[in-house]
Design a protein around this ligand. Sequence first.
Ligand code: SF4
Ligand code: SF4
Length: 153
Amino acid sequence: MSLEALCQRCALCCDGNLFATVPLRADEVEAVRRHGLVVLERAAGPVMSQPCAGLQAESCTLYPDRPAPCRSYACMLYAALAEGEVGLADALAVVAEARARLIAVASALPGDGPALVRARAAARDGHLSPETHALVVRASEFLERRFRGHTRR
Ligand code: SF4
Ligand code: SF4
């Protein structure tokens, strides 16, 4: 229940801030398309892009059919809570800190959508100021250290 409570207040692994895509097995493509989600064909295989269109109000709308990488993924914070190394209140405080750092990035950029997705687009277009870049580094470093670690989807 604590794990569910954490993920329902987080969703960083579905909203484009931790990952740009989710890889799919060939036999998962049909189920994903049945839920109305777009599948992109890449050289390495099919992927769903993120932010995931299956994410509604921080819940997965295709939960029983979610792809294998979504089923198996556990970020470092999730693992720490599962192992009892951190309590729910402290884990939620980490999520709040991550959100605060992402909001600082988002506030410095035009448009809407996930902060780091917008930051990647701004960097691609050469529109990322040094000040905003520093905010992006501050947010990315926190996500790397508290969530992503060496684990990839
Ligand atoms: S990033 Fe971790 S805590 Fe957040 S929703 Fe994903 S698995 Fe749960
Ligand atoms: S399918 Fe569900 S668990 Fe997977 S990225 Fe989309 S919202 Fe998240």
